[in-house]
Structure formats: C-alpha cells, structure tokens
Design a protein around this ligand. Structure first.
Ligand code: GLU
Length: 437
C-alpha cells in the first residue's frame, strides 16, 4: 500500500500535492491501494477543518483514495507497540523533567557540543516526575537505506540518540506514530519531501527493534525553490494550492506542471491518466527544482485551449456556449480563468467614455445609438459581422480605423484584443446588454 500522510496544520503546499500525486501514480502503476493518513498527532498545531480542505483538494485533482485513516484513531495501538518495545528492552521510561533537559541542552551549547540524550539520565528525576515519557533506545549501529532518488543514505549511530516515542500525555510523537502506522498498513513504498530524510533512520530503527522484516522503499523528493532560488516558504502565496485554484489555474494544469518539474515527461501537456502510463521515478532529478509561475501559466493555457466551449462555459459559471466560446478566443491573451473572467466582465460592464477625447466620445455615443436602433429593429445585418460592419459604415460614414476604434471599445470595453470578426458571432446575442450605458 502507498500512502499520503498530510498534517492538518496548514494550507496544502504544492510540495505536499506533488508528493500526493506521485504516491497515487506509483500505487496505480503497482496495482496497490492508496491510503490517506491524516497525521493529527500534534494537537496544538492541528487546525479545525484543514483535514476536510485537504481531502477536498485531493478529490479535485482526481487523487481518489482506497482508505482514509486518522492517526489519532490508532493511539491505543501506538501505546501497545511502545510497551512491546519496552518488554524487548528497546525502549524505556524517561522521567527527565523539561527543566532538567533544558539545563542539559544549555550545558551542551556552553561547551560547544551537540546535545545528545544520555540514557543514564532516565531515572534521575523519578521522585519528582510522575509522568514519564517513553524513549526508543538510540541506534546501536549505523543505519543505511537506499533512496530511489538520492541513492545510498547513511546515518551514524551517534546521530540517533534515544528519542521520545510516547509523550507524557500518552500521545505518540510523529516519528513513532508514522513508523508504527507504516507497519500497521503494510506500506511498501514511502514517497515524501526531502525534509523528512533525517526522520527516516529513526523510523527504520523502530521497525528494526520490533523485528519487522518487510523492506520499505523510500524516495525523498528534492525541495521546491522559488524564483530567487530560495526554499519556497508556506507564506508565499504561489506555494498554496488553494491560492492557485482561486487564481483560475486548472487542477489538470497544476498537476501537469508539478509532475513536469525536474522530470522528463513523455509530452509537454498531459493528464494524470497518461502520466500513470509513463511516469518513472528514475527520471526525477536529484537537484532542487525551481517553481516557475510562467511555465505554469503556459501549461494552464494549453489545458484551457483543450477544453470544449461547453466546459469552458461551465468553468466560467455560465451555461451559455457563447460565453465558453468567447473564453476560448480570449486565450490569445489570457492564461488563467480569472484573466478570462476579467476580459468577459469588461465586455458586459457599462463602458465609461470619460477617458476618450470629446470627438471620440461623440462618435461612440452616436455609434451606440445606431447599433441599439438596429437591434430594436432586429435588422438582418446583425446576423453577420461583414454585413453589420458595412451597414454601420453606411449609416455613420465611418471606415477602417475610424469605425473600428469606437466599435471595439463599445463591444469589448478595451482598445485592444482579439479580432472583432472572431468575437462578434458570440457577442451579437448580447448587444443590448453590452451597449447599456
Ligand atoms: N505528515 C508529514 C508531513 O505533512 C508527512 C510524513 C510522511 O509522509 O511520512 O510532512
């Protein structure tokens, strides 16, 4: 089984989504189940409702799960495993108070050495501390694992001292709960962000001490950098999946882009279904990848181009095919749904002529009246752009730019944009609304 294990502690970051996508793809390729495990072990940091929001996003991206679990439902199991480890002599109660440990940490800093827990401290505070934690015994040997992206990763035994697995309130710590659940759900392959690499030896150690024999594969994905080459922080809006969706990037396009980063995709533009056919972890680059919003914009536009007018209309919250068709035409100069919406809003908003000079204001007002009169009479020229243009030209005695300049503004609310003869077949049904002042 593969798993995606989000913590409900903040907005879904594009790095998390990338992890979810890759786990989903590998699960599908291997014919294994895909588990969502909400890692809600850190009560203080959990945010109400974030779990549902994350699940909503996964659904939107088509990353459907076979099983959903909340880590907190397994606390009992985690305690059972911890007690098993105590029985095996691989874990022990630690009565150290917080004050005692912070004093030891201060001493280490003063002496310029790295803080390491010393097992001989375990019972020093036994008389004053009735609520012990449980610690796993530090590594007895170095721990090596092969990462599918990074290659061999080795951790010396002195890098893994005895660490807390059960807190004094009986809740499990992240590394322990994670390792326990990976065993409980028979996880075969763990794909996650590079920031977890140093957790891996601790999680392996738990399994070794329990005597769990299954070999779990690992792939730690290189971090995502911003355009300045710095680690993309959660505070940068572009890193939030919710923000990208709100801006009008399509789930398909975001997925396409995230899967293309540091990868050798078969084609530039693809769907999740297609990616399942060719994705290969071996093609992923070992180096950090840079997030490039312009590339995402390009990919988004390509996906928008592939939509039918009906689907485009739906995404623009209209059930009128003409609106969908207009949206598609505006892809000449827009790359997100929001940008298309802005263009279409301009068409329908009353046009302010204030910025035009007196002559052009007069021309526009006159032209507007002429068109509205034609509409009132349901003139047959309205059915075809060439006939419409010719008729206006005859009535207003205007030609070429002198006609097109005011006409374009009246019909689109802008002085530039796609060709009027392309737009007109869809605008013509709305002339009265478009020309209202
Ligand atoms: N809950 C962890 C996170 O959100 C993921 C842990 C894991 O995949 O093992 O970063």
């Amino acid at each position: 089984m593969l798993r995606f294990a989000p913590s409900p502690t903040g907005d879904m970051h594009i790095g998390n989504l990338r992890v979810a996508i890759l786990n989903y793809i590998i699960a599908k390729q291997a014919g294994e189940e895909f588990l969502i495990r909400i890692e809600d072990t850190d009560n203080a940091r959990n945010i109400e409702g974030k779990d549902k929001e994350i699940l909503g996003i996964l659904n939107l991206f088509g990353l459907f799960w076979d099983r959903l679990v909340y880590q907190s439902d397994n606390f009992k199991q985690h305690n059972i495993i911890a007690n098993e480890l105590i029985k095996k002599g691989k874990a022990f109660y630690c009565y150290c108070t917080k004050d005692f440990l912070s004093q030891k940490k201060d001493e280490a800093i003063k002496n310029g050495i790295a803080f390491r827990y010393d097992d001989s401290w375990a019972e020093i505070c036994k008389d004053i501390n009735p609520n012990p934690t449980i610690r796993l015994k530090g590594a007895e040997d170095s721990i090596i694992f092969i990462d599918e992206i990074k290659g061999e990763c080795k951790f010396n035994k002195n890098e893994i001292d005895s660490f807390v697995i059960i807190r004094d309130d009986l809740t499990p710590t992240y590394n322990f709960a994670c390792s326990a659940d990976d065993m409980l759900y028979d996880i075969s392959y763990i794909i996650r962000g590079e920031d977890h690499t140093s957790n891996t030896p601790k999680q392996i150690l738990v399994r070794q001490y329990i005597g769990y024999l299954k070999d779990i594969k690992y792939a730690h994905l290189p971090i995502i950098l911003n355009k300045d080459g710095k680690k993309m922080s959660k505070r940068e809006c572009e890193s939030s999946v919710k923000w990208l969706l709100e801006q009008g990037y399509l789930p398909n396009a975001i997925l396409n882009y995230l899967l293309s980063m540091g990868n050798k995709p078969k084609n530039e533009i693809f769907t999740l279904k297609e990616a399942i056919l060719w994705f290969d972890m071996k093609n992923l680059s070992k180096s950090p990848v840079k997030f490039d919003i312009d590339q995402l914009r390009y990919i988004n536009r390509e996906h928008l181009k592939r939509l039918s007018p009906k689907d485009m209309a739906f995404l623009l919250e209209s059930n009128d095919l003409s609106i969908g068709a207009l949206g598609k035409i505006y892809l000449e100069e827009a790359s997100t749904l929001n940008e298309i919406r802005d263009k279409i809003d301009l068409i329908f908003k009353p046009k302010s002529l204030d910025k035009e000079n007196a002559e052009s204001q007069a021309q526009m007002q006159y032209l507007r009246d002429v068109i509205l009169e034609l509409v009132k009479q349901n003139d047959e020229c309205l059915g075809d752009f060439n006939a419409f243009k010719t008729r206006l030209s005859e009535i207003c005695k205007l030609n070429g730019k002198a006609l097109f300049y005011p006409l374009r503004f009246l019909l689109t609310g802008s002085h530039k944009g796609p060709l009027l003869n392309e737009l007109y077949p869809y605008l013509r049904f709305y002339l009265k609304e478009i020309l209202r002042s």
